[in-house]
Design a protein around this ligand. Structure first.
Ligand code: FES
Length: 101
């Protein structure tokens, strides 16, 4: 069972493999924007993944295209609604600004 550490709070929660980062973050009681509820339309769930990127599901074309339209995207960027957990631990940073539309 992977654990997810959420920055900046530093809270660590156990998560289910196959769950999305968004579900896991919300389940941990952390606040994260998710305007389109996981439909890859808003980009507001943009996060940085600091550790465990390779353990997440591969980025699909729709996620990649949405990230391309967002300011402030970097190599650690994922959309939390699209990144599914594998079996390894992940450290994710919630962004303090709304980077999507
Ligand atoms: S919740 Fe809208 S793209 Fe993730």
């Amino acid at each position: 069972m992977p654990s997810v550490t959420i920055l900046p709070s530093g809270k660590t929660v156990e998560a289910l493999a196959g769950a999305s980062l968004l579900e896991t973050i919300l389940g941990a009681g952390e606040k994260i924007s998710h305007t389109c509820d996981g439909n890859v339309e808003c980009g507001t769930c943009h996060v940085f993944v600091h550790e465990g990127r390779k353990a997440l599901s591969k980025m699909q074309r729709s996620e990649n295209a949405k990230l391309d339209s967002i300011v402030g995207v970097g190599s650690k960027s994922r959309l939390a609604c699209q990144a599914l957990l594998g079996g390894e631990n992940v450290t994710v940073e919630l962004l303090g600004f709304s980077s999507g539309r």
